[in-house]
Design a protein around this ligand. Structure first.
Ligand code: GDP
Ligand code: IMO
Ligand code: MG
Length: 430
């Protein structure tokens, strides 16, 4: 994927998250010099399966598992220092050397303990089905220009001022939510002061580091979190996360020019999942939904919640391809469909008697949408050991060809298992 001309590449989820971004980043990071997260926070759960061990990364870029790859957390991320050091310590305990190759933007906003309390208690978070990681409240403070950034840890007076105001607001919100939890200024500051020396030790001007890396010809991979349909602007608002998950967010969230990004890889499952509330037009009926959930082990990597499962939605991915300007698709979890007798791909929605082939902005319309399906024969053969596109059963190839045509984007990878080696492709239009 990285070659003489493609040096900066972004990996984005093109559905509702959990598409297998962690696996693709891990595969691509083999040839990367830098892997950088640009938005979201510990709401992400990116699974990487190496040998017999499966690991879930929440804030640290998945590239950390490749020795020598430098990793960074960009300014667009809302960073939870407690979770970060917990993750770092776990990696180090497993013999993975993190020191000297993980950086955090000094401009990144901090997720405070009180953001998590508010996220867990608020009725609006419950209605959306958030991960409870404090993401929405932290981005709210950022946009309201009262957030705490990594660099504020260098200024004790300013830190106390910001935290005092933050705690007051949080306690007011907790009281309104009927929660008995309360945050404390002194406890919050004490916890931050304990982590500050470690955090400031890895704080950097990440935009400048990545800019210099790009200028020197390094291979730079930008790792998206969540998915395009959870984007604050382009997703199924208000059932979204609070950041720009799409390719545009990669440039602002790292601090580089959008003109630097040469390839956008959209990761999609061969079907659809969503965790949390909000419309999912192709959601399967029971008992098929539970069957697909069991086949795909569709339980959240962050919260353990059961993921809702649906047929592949061509309207969604076509939209994601447009909004992100996808160069290529990585279709994951094809193997999960191996035993099904027949499969469907959604090509449009019928809403109030009218056919829509472009994704509607109105969540009410999406809730009323009746999917229009094309049906495909199942291949009913194992695909996990296939490594060449031409060795896939012809029914599987027909299914993938239709996805490619509908989304008007070449398939660059097909993933047929959780492991690193269970992958087909590496060139656009394999
Ligand atoms: P991410 O958030 O996009 O990184 O995705 P998650 O890690 O949350 O969820 C994807 C899940 O699917 C993980 O458990 C992966 O190990 C698994 N997975 C990824 N690719 C494949 C695949 O091709 N086949 C199968 N069976 N599982 C896969
Ligand atoms: P990765 O990176 C799937 C969902 C939540 C909820 C909504 C808002 O692993 O793909 P938030 O906590 O962000 O305020 O929750 O977004 N959500 C995800 N769904 N994968 C994720 O991350 C997600 N991160 C958030 O379930 O519906
Ligand atoms: Mg995930």
């Amino acid at each position: 994927m990285f070659d003489a001309t493609t040096r900066t590449l972004v990996v984005v989820g093109a559905q509702w998250g959990d598409e297998g971004k962690g696996k693709l980043v891990d595969v691509l990071a083999e040839k990367a010099d830098w892997v950088v997260r640009y938005q979201g926070g510990a709401n992400a759960g990116h699974t990487v399966h190496i040998g017999n061990k499966s690991r879930v990364l929440h804030q640290i870029p998945s590239g950390i598992l490749h020795e020598g790859v430098r990793c960074a957390i960009g300014n667009g991320v809302v960073m939870d220092p407690e979770t970060l050091f917990h993750e770092i310590d776990k990696l180090v305990a497993d013999g993975i050397d993190v020191e000297g190759r993980l950086y955090v933007s000094e401009r990144a906003h901090l997720v405070m303990a009180y953001h998590k309390l508010v996220d867990k208690a608020s009725a609006s978070s419950k209605a959306i089905g958030t991960t409870g990681r404090g993401i929405g409240p932290a981005y709210e403070d950022k946009v309201a220009r009262r957030g705490v950034r990594v660099l504020d840890l260098r200024s004790p007076d300013r830190l106390r001022e910001l935290v005092t105001a933050g705690v007051a607001r949080a306690n007011w919100s907790l009281e309104r939510s009927g929660s008995s939890e309360r945050a404390s200024v002194d406890d919050t500051i004490a916890a931050l002061n304990t982590l500050a020396p470690r955090l400031l030790g890895i704080a950097e001007d990440v935009g400048l580091c990545v800019h210099r890396a790009i200028k020197s010809g390094a291979a730079v991979l930008l790792e998206g979190a969540q998915g395009s349909l959870l984007d604050i602007d382009h997703g199924t608002y208000p059932y979204v996360t609070s950041s720009n998950t799409t390719v545009g967010g990669a440039a602002t969230g790292v601090g580089i020019s959008p003109m630097c990004i040469q390839y956008a890889l959209g990761v999609v499952k061969a079907y659809t999942t969503r965790v949390g509330n909000g419309p999912l037009p192709t959601e399967l009926d029971e008992p098929l939904q539970s069957e697909v959930r069991a086949l795909g082990n569709e339980f959240g990597a962050t919260t353990g919640r059961a993921r809702r499962c649906g047929w592949f939605d061509g309207v969604v991915v076509r939209y994601a391809a447009r909004v992100n300007g996808l160069t290529g698709l990585a279709v994951t979890k094809l193997d999960v469909l191996d035993t099904l007798e027949q499969l469907a791909i959604c090509t449009g929605y019928r809403v109030d008697g009218e056919l829509h082939v472009e994704f509607p902005a109105d969540v009410g319309m999406l809730e009323r949408a009746e999917p229009v399906y094309e049906w495909f024969e199942g291949w009913q053969r194992p695909t996990q050991d296939v490594r060449q596109l031409e060795d896939l059963p012809s029914a599987a190839r027909a299914y993938l060809d239709r996805i490619e045509a509908l989304c008007e984007t070449p398939i660059a990878f097909v993933s047929v298992g959780t492991r690193r080696d269970q992958i087909i492709g590496g060139h656009a239009g394999v």
